[in-house]
Design a protein around this ligand. Structure first.
Ligand code: HSE
Length: 309
């Protein structure tokens, strides 16, 4: 068994527009790089190799919180050293905290000889989400661990379904502002109208059916959110323009990635995804806001673990 493991933990897009807290998918880029190894004494040591200055106290660090939950469930006293090199900017809306916490527990599980199931790992990693956002949501953690598109039918108890997915290209733009998930959750309405709920569950069901059947038109029609987007999109400069132009260029649809500020669009082919990327960059250039853009694909395998020396 390896004594040191290298972890590639992917970015994820939660909600998938209409599925607030219940749908999410993993992408091939960007991904965090981490190393986990045993240390002599029990407990967790965290070393940051990036410039984000995140806490190294395991109780204050999302990966630490996830590892502490795993250690509590493991019956022998062990210790880990986790070295984190984040490539996914915190607060960008593409599952930065989930990549850290899910990657850490997946790596620790492999070091221990895989005593835990994927569902256990989701349960441990949700402690990181609780620390980051105040809520144990699994729509970044689950796709990070399972890969592909996941439906979280229930969190308590956990019920995760990995969906089939046709070939899709994903364009992501990250305007360089930060939106904290906790803040983006705090502005949401706590009550919704039945007529809006009906539209929303029609779209969620349509999206799941469209993904399973590889029906691109149905996917596109279902990428509509009448509950969350109208409130949250106010936090994202030029959101409506990005969405409108992306669709005019042929994107199937898209919206806020997780709690934002990143926006994602799905396309059937790479050419469209790249045209969307160019247009997104031009929109933010025109208002003097710098941004990062990616064209990537759905990561169907989730976290990747490699033996390290
Ligand atoms: N479902 C969560 C939210 C995802 O939208 O608040 C956060 O990444």
């Amino acid at each position: 068994m390896a004594s040191k493991i290298k972890i590639h933990s992917p970015a994820t897009v939660a909600n998938m527009v209409c599925g607030f807290d219940v749908l999410g998918f993993a992408v091939n880029e960007p991904y965090d790089i981490m190393y986990i190894e045993y240390k002599a004494e029990p407990g967790i040591t965290i070393v940051n190799e990036d410039a984000y200055n995140l806490p190294t106290d395991p109780l204050q660090n999302v990966a630490g919180a996830a590892l502490l939950a795993l250690l509590e469930a493991y019956d022998k006293p062990v210790g880990f050293k986790l070295t984190i090199n984040k490539q996914i900017k915190p607060g960008s809306g593409v599952g930065s905290s989930a990549a850290s916490s899910a990657g850490a527990v997946a790596g620790a599980n492999a070091l221990l000889g895989n005593p835990f199931t994927k569902e256990d790992l989701v349960r441990f990693a949700m402690n990181g989400e609780k620390l980051a956002s105040g809520v144990k949501h699994a729509d970044n953690i689950a796709p990070c661990i399972y890969g592909g598109v996941t439906l979280i039918r229930s969190v308590f108890p956990l019920d995760i379904i990995k969906l089939s997915v046709p070939d899709l290209f994903v364009t992501i733009v990250h305007p360089q502002i930060e939106v904290r998930t906790a803040d983006a959750r705090s502005i949401l309405k706590q009550q919704i109208l039945l007529k809006d709920a009906i539209k929303q569950w029609g779209n969620i069901a349509g999206l799941v059916a469209g993904l399973e059947q590889g029906d691109y038109d149905l996917i596109g029609r279902s990428l509509e959110d009448v509950l969350i987007e109208p409130t949250r999109s106010i936090l994202i400069p030029s959101f409506d323009q990005v969405k409108k132009i992306s669709k005019e260029l042929g994107a199937l649809g898209g919206g806020i990635s997780g709690s934002g500020p990143s926006i994602f669009m799905l396309s059937k082919n790479e050419k469209t995804a790249k045209a969307v990327q160019l247009a997104m960059g031009q929109i933010y250039d025109s208002i003097g806001l710098s941004c990062h853009t990616y064209v990537t694909t759905i990561n169907t395998n989730g976290i990747q673990l490699m033996e390290a020396s």
